[in-house]
Design a protein around this ligand. Structure first.
Ligand code: G6P
Length: 617
């Protein structure tokens, strides 16, 4: 969380940084700030609120010339989001300027020590403590900025991605990472450098990037190669220059009002990209290098443990149903945050699958490290190529959904399910747990899903109409069974996240054990009642709701007649194999939450208090 972006070179830094911050706003948007240096003056402007608020503030406060600059968009950890706590922070002498993504856990002890040495603090942040610690180390040891950063970081406990410059050395930026990402964009002939939390801020300027690993720092100096060192032992690291695959079009809205809507509509393409080259229908095979190379491990595994957070955790729950059904392997799905702290039993015969869109979620990363330390084989399902989780895992499969920018996850979810379904089908083949005809049928149906999603997206107007009826509801209930129980959870999460309506997802049959008490004529209940998924049972649940006057929005299979008679509204999805229905039933629930949020005037792409990538625990 928090987005950082920096520039040093021959161009004006300001537009590059502002543009970059706008692209990184998905990482946090409590406050924003920028520092520019024009060779004479350090210009600082920061404000509570979004980058758009910063633009207004900049106009009133500062001039924008300068070839060196750093910018920050914040998701508050220490100190309320206000102007003073916004980054950048400047050291006491006024020379050092820093931006920081993460938490310095021992900041209080360091702060007390610095106060004793005469430092005073304007903000409540741990970041201002860090920049003054660097200053103090620099002074005490008579060293350059890079060395001072290194010594200081060896004294802090916590997580960080930082960028800092010394205005007396305006051709240099020092960056470091532990737990939060840093990408360095390399300009032509060392004439300019970019730094950002991901590569999106500099994609139009360079395709060459270096990603720092944890515990690494880099000294970025114009006219010189980037110098990377290990923070702890000072050893030099050879930069691994990667060619970026991302393009500008992927990170723009492309005519849609919101990224979320664009990403919902991208799902047919994203799912094809996920199975392209992996699902080979003609030969009836599934080819996934990460699985193939480790087939023995998969076949000998006693169980699969899935760790994830948020929407990715819901994809894990869908996968639990699919793996157990297809490949007859026991699966446990764990919240990464719980798993990492509860002394779980993990053996060398376990396979841990970590699911993460961003590949940066701190809890998931920590869960992986724990599993690895116990000897488990760890497989990653990530979207962001080269992300920390993708690098930390023993093997993996990317979802290839393309950049997801809307904070509420949509295409990441369906593509995660697609990858996991492919793996489960591949294992079922290897284990002989599914008949050949069923296997082929599932391959065929999976291949058809993108077309069906495309067809399904045409219901947008109908869902919009339903949204207009229930947009003012105070609560929503989502019910589903079997493969679609996790979809109910995900539907409820989407609504909560972006419209701030309280919503709960439940297994339909569990409704009787509590939530039924909430039902009255004011309660909209979304029920997933597809034909093959325990249909009759769900119909009975719908009857139970109706007799208590609840309002039913039912997601049914095309041609359904029975539910139509009792439900207040129905949304039809094309028919497919039961295990694949989550890939379809999810779509109307995404649209429902989207339209309700828009109608309630909520900021769909940047819901309050949330961030897309949670790099703190
Ligand atoms: C945050 C996001 C969610 C996401 C979760 C896990 O809470 O707002 O949309 O599902 O993190 O993120 P990951 O990148 O690990 O999938």
């Amino acid at each position: 969380m928090c987005g950082i972006t920096c520039y040093v070179g021959h161009r004006e830094a300001y537009p590059i940084i502002i543009n970059g911050l706008q692209r990184l706003e998905y990482r946090g948007y409590d406050s924003a700030g920028i520092a520019l240096y024009d060779g004479d003056n350090l210009k600082l402007s920061k404000t509570k609120g979004k980058v758009s608020d910063l633009l207004e503030r900049v106009e009133k406060e500062i001039t924008t010339e300068g070839n060196l600059g750093i910018g920050h968009t914040r998701w508050a950890t220490h100190g309320v989001p206000n102007d003073v706590n916004a980054h950048p922070h400047v050291s006491q002498s006024g020379d050092l300027v820093i931006i920081h993504n993460g938490i310095i856990e021992n900041y209080d002890t360091i702060k007390k020590e610095l106060i004793k040495r005469g430092y005073s603090f304007k903000s409540d942040t741990d970041t201002e403590v860090l920049v003054n610690l660097i200053e103090e180390v620099k002074k005490q040891n008579g060293v350059m900025l890079g060395k001072a950063v290194q010594i200081a970081l060896n004294q802090v406990i916590g997580a960080y991605a930082i960028a800092v410059f010394d205005k007396t050395k305006p051709n240099e930026i020092v960056v470091a990472r532990l737990g939060s990402p840093i990408a360095i964009g390399l300009g032509k002939d060392k004439s300019e450098y970019f730094v950002a939390s991901d590569a999106s801020p500099f994609i139009e300027y360079t395709k060459d990037a270096v990603y720092l690993e944890d515990e690494e720092m880099a000294i970025i100096r114009l006219g010189k190669d980037v110098k990377i060192r290990k923070i702890q032992d000072d050893s030099l690291v050879t930069p691994d220059i990667q060619e970026l695959q991302m393009n500008l079009e992927q990170i723009e809205k492309g005519g849609y009002e919101h990224f979320m809507l664009k990403e919902i509509h991208e799902q047919p393409r994203a799912i094809v990209d996920t199975y392209r080259g992996r699902l080979l229908l003609k030969q009836a095979i599934i080819k996934m290098a990460g699985v193939e190379d480790n087939m023995k491990k998969f076949l000998n595994a006693d169980r699969i443990i899935i760790v994830a957070c948020g929407t990715s955790w819901h994809a894990g729950l869908v996968a639990e149903y699919i793996f157990e059904d297809f490949a007859r392997v026991p699966v446990e799905v764990e919240y990464a945050s719980e798993f990492r702290y509860r002394n779980p039993i993990i053996t060398e015969k376990d396979i841990v699958i970590a699911i993460s869109q961003s590949g940066e979620t701190a809890d998931t990363l920590a869960a992986i490290k724990l599993a690895k330390s116990k000897g488990a084989f760890v497989f990653g399902v990530c979207n962001v190529v080269g992300s920390s989780i993708a690098r930390e895992t023993d093997a993996g499969a990317y979802t290839h959904a393309g950049p997801e920018i809307g904070v509420a996850s949509t295409k990441a979810f369906t593509t995660q399910i697609t990858v996991l379904t492919l793996i489960a089908l591949r294992l079922s083949r290897a284990k002989g747990t599914m008949s050949s005809s069923d296997y082929r049928m599932h391959l065929q149906e999976l291949e058809l899903i993108p077309k069906k999603v495309e067809e399904l997206l045409k219901i947008d107007e109908h869902v919009k109409y339903i949204s207009s009826i229930y947009k003012d509801a105070a609560n929503f209930l989502y019910l589903g069974r079997g493969f679609n129980f996790p979809v109910a959870l995900e539907g409820a999460l989407k609504l909560k996240e972006i419209s701030y309506i309280h919503a709960e997802g439940y297994p339909a049959a569990e409704m009787k054990h509590g939530p039924i008490a909430l039902i009255d004529e004011n309660m909209p209940i979304v029920v997933i009642a597809t034909k093959r998924g325990h249909y009759e049972k769900v119909v009975s649940n719908i009857q139970e709701i109706k007799s208590r006057k609840g309002q039913i929005i039912a997601v049914v299979t095309e041609g359904d007649t029975q539910v139509k008679e009792i439900a207040d509204h129905v949304i039809e999805i094309p028919e497919t194999e039961e295990a694949l229905t989550p890939l379809l039933t999810t779509i109307p629930l995404q649209l429902l939450s989207y339209h309700i949020a828009v109608m309630r005037g909520c900021n769909v792409d940047q819901p309050r208090n949330l961030a897309k990538s949670v790099t703190v625990e």
